[in-house]
Design a protein around this ligand. Structure first.
Ligand code: AMP
Length: 307
């Protein structure tokens, strides 16, 4: 298998200035797998859900080449539930509820078919679960990407630092980079993350794009300017899915490939923001993201400036 993802598959209730969505399908791994499915024909998903989870979403994933051998359903269990409310600026958000439910105490089993995966996406989830996935791999993969959030920094920093020390790419947002390292500026925060282990650091800045640091090099991609943002939930996960899915498709982990992957991630994430939950990502056509890639290229291309 070229790509395996672990992360939450969940119900989300989301309030934004555009309205409210109650118990829609979400979770980090749902967004990642849907985004990556535009680039890889087959991938594995490792997660845990309760009996309350809708079958039709699992069928949608399977129809897009997402294998669910590693997706465990707990009899009588309740799926992970997250409730968030966005501020007027659509950047700030408050977590209203996080119910771990079936995630509590869950120990993942990596299916045999995924133990030799070359690309591994550790989506936002309990760092002890992320560690357990790494431990079950047969050989060191070509690339391990880790996403996390402040929730896990607050309650599981020790395990989080352990998993950070084992990955190639850390992907976090700017506030989380500051919380993790104590540095105010992003170059200093990135340098501190390099010290913890990862060679590459990607810092997401929401509508202000994403910046990547690797061995003294820096790359920046803007976000696609959108006239209307309905719900930014999952944009970071969609970014991660586009990033790793694209690299897995190329089978390339060079700096040049990663630069393209950051742009792909930014373009894919822009679609997620256009509707509540995974709705827009589910309806997304290849021609639509191709078009937006061209718009993005036009937006950042300019002739060299003469002095
Ligand atoms: P994002 O907007 O990219 O930060 O991702 C939001 C998604 O992450 C939602 O679909 C949630 O279900 C999921 N999520 C929220 N909190 C957590 C958490 N503590 N651990 C794992 N997944 C989470």
């Amino acid at each position: 298998m070229s790509l395996v993802t672990v992360g939450t598959v969940a119900f989300d209730s989301i309030q934004t200035p555009s309205g409210k969505a109650d118990r829609v399908v979400g979770g980090a791994a749902s967004y990642i797998a849907l985004a990556a499915s535009h680039f890889v024909r087959e991938q594995e998903l490792i997660s845990v859900i309760g009996e309350d989870f809708p079958e039709d979403f699992l069928s949608t994933l399977e129809s897009r080449g997402v294998r669910t051998n590693g997706l465990v359903t707990i009899k009588g269990g309740k799926s992970f539930f997250w409730e968030g409310s966005y501020h007027e600026d659509l950047i700030g958000r408050d977590t209203v509820t996080t119910e771990l439910n079936v995630l509590e105490g869950w120990v993942p089993t990596v299916p045999e078919s995924a133990r030799d995966s070359k690309f591994v996406m550790l989506g936002n989830l309990d760092p002890s679960v992320q560690l357990s996935v790494i431990d079950q791999l047969y050989e060191p993969p070509r690339l391990i990407v880790l996403d996390t959030m402040n929730f896990w920094m607050d309650i599981a920093m020790e395990n989080l630092k352990k998993v950070i020390s084992k990955v190639d790419v850390l992907m976090i947002n700017d506030d989380e980079a500051r919380q993790l390292t104590g540095h105010k500026t992003l170059p200093l925060a990135a340098a501190a993350v390099h010290e913890m282990g990862p060679k590459t650091v990607v810092i997401k800045k929401g509508e202000h794009g994403a910046i990547m640091f690797e061995e003294g090099q820096t790359f920046f991609s803007p976000a696609m300017p959108l006239e209307k943002v309905v719900d930014p939930t999952g944009a970071g996960d969609t970014f991660a899915g586009g990033f790793i899915g694209y690299l897995a498709r190329l089978g390339d982990t060079s700096w040049e490939a990663k630069k393209q992957a950051v742009v792909v991630g930014s373009v894919m994430a822009s679609f997620t923001c256009e509707a509540f939950g995974t709705e827009r990502l589910q309806s997304l056509q290849e021609s639509e993201w191709h078009k937006r890639m061209s718009q993005m290229r036009a937006m950042v291309k300019f002739r060299s400036i003469r002095g």
